[in-house]
Design a protein around this ligand. Sequence first.
Ligand code: FES
Length: 90
Amino acid sequence: MKKAGTNQKRRSPIICRCNNINEDTIKQAILDGCDTLNKLFDATTAGVGPCGGSCRKVTGPILEYYLQNKTFPASAKDNSSTSAKGTSKK
Ligand code: FES
């Protein structure tokens, strides 16, 4: 019998609900070379769902933070309040 909490995987939060894209997928695409939002959208399909891209307010700051710091913010939710003005490409 397993002890509670001994085999739990961390769940990556869903960033794009339209296309069910989680934070780890976004981060991996950035690590794989996506350095613009359009490249990120093409690689993951995040930001191009039927809602019109409401998740861009989260993906933009993650990308911007990475490009400036070469690391990721502790949590996408922590960084979502800092708008990535100028990085959103519609
Ligand atoms: S939540 Fe990402 S496109 Fe709708």
